[in-house]
Design a protein around this ligand. Structure first.
Ligand code: 2P0
Length: 332
């Protein structure tokens, strides 16, 4: 598989790829190897239909290095260059133009959809025939959660045990049609977050007394979530997902200094979701490294959830979406 990453290229001018953001139900928080970006434990996620990154990669004529433009703004191209270098050693400089359909850097997994779209477009522009699992290993080097956006529906990222990370990759659990859950994202602050996921998880690993307990608990959660999804057992999935999210935040809150990603609007949403569920609505919450709340709903229930969350003090707006496909080419 590794050799195929270096196949001779055929010439391609410009490639467009898209990838949906994903939301972890069993969270990734902490690494077993910082240099290779290997997670300490596995994670399980859903890939979203409408929160997406669209990325164009084209070789640059003449001299000059890579360029990266995100949402119309020129950015430091080094992170993009490092991922493209993993795809092919001797490659042309590239211009990468990327656009997110949702706020960047606010706990809505833009680095996941961004890196997933980048590896799909990059592999095509370099003429490489690489399967999704291998692409997930490359995307993971850019951003751990990005490996999961290679697959649609329900996806698992395996931590692996090998030192070189060659078994740390994503795989499909189920297509969206298996259980077309709906998602409401309550945006409580659309500005960029103060502490990135990467910095936050490193700080938690280094200083939180709860971090070892968090890591030790993840495998049981993965088993529970896999079973709940396979059996479409919403109560069981709600229980394990909320537990995983709250444990992740508990470990982060116990770091020094403590990481407090939530605001008043976040907390209002968590209580509202619990009240809706107590009233018989099929909904549970999860929260990532930011103040937005993601409400996961049974099919047909997201309208009522969206209306409730949109009316809360501290909620700027809500987004509604369903489960979507894995990353793929838009045109070649
Ligand atoms: C997740 N998050 O499982 C968790 C929950 C945020 C909170 O994966 O350091 O940006 O680039 O591998 O992928 C966000 O972490 O971190 C993340 P790096 P990444 O979705």
């Amino acid at each position: 598989m590794q050799g195929r990453l270096h196949d001779p290229p055929r010439k391609v001018n410009s490639v467009t790829a898209r990838a949906g953001a994903n939301i972890a139900l069993v969270k990734y928080w902490g690494k077993r190897d910082l240099r290779r970006n290997l997670p300490a434990a596995g994670s399980i996620s859903i890939t979203l239909a409408d929160l997406e990154t669209v990325t164009i990669v084209e070789p640059r004529e003449g001299s000059g290095g890579d360029q990266f433009v995100l949402d119309g703004q020129e950015q430091d191209s080094d992170p993009v260059s490092r991922v493209l270098d993993l795809l092919r050693e001797n490659r042309p400089a590239c211009r990468v133009v990327s656009r997110n359909s949702f706020p960047t850097g606010a706990g809505l997994a833009s680095s996941a959809s961004g890196h997933a779209a980048l590896v799909v477009a990059g592999a095509a522009v370099f003429g490489l025939d690489i399967d999704r699992v291998a692409l997930s290993r490359v995307a993971r080097r850019g951003s751990g959660s990005a490996a999961r956006s290679l697959f649609g529906g329900f996806c698992e990222l395996h931590a692996g045990v090998l030192e070189d990370g060659s078994d740390c990759q994503a795989s499909a659990l189920h297509e969206p049609a298996h259980w077309p859950l709906e998602v409401v994202v309550a945006i409580t602050d659309s500005g960029p977050k103060a502490v990135s996921s990467r910095a936050g998880m490193n700080q938690t690993m280094d200083t939180s007394p709860y971090y070892p307990a968090w890591v030790a608990s993840v495998d049981d959660d993965l088993d529970l979530a896999r079973k709940a999804i396979a059996e479409r057992d919403f109560e069981a999935l709600a229980a394990v997902s909320e537990h995983s999210a709250l444990k992740m935040h508990a470990s982060a809150l116990a770091a020094q200094p403590g990481l407090l990603y939530w605001n008043a609007g976040t907390l209002a949403c968590l209580h509202a979701v619990r009240e809706l569920r107590a009233a018989g609505v099929g909904v549970f919450f999860t929260v990532d490294a930011g103040p937005q709340v993601k409400a996961i709903c049974l099919p047909g229930q997201s309208g009522r959830v969206a209306a409730t969350l949109a009316g809360l003090a501290g909620v700027e707006r809500v987004l509604q979406t369903g489960l979507g496909p894995g990353a793929g080419l838009v045109s070649a």
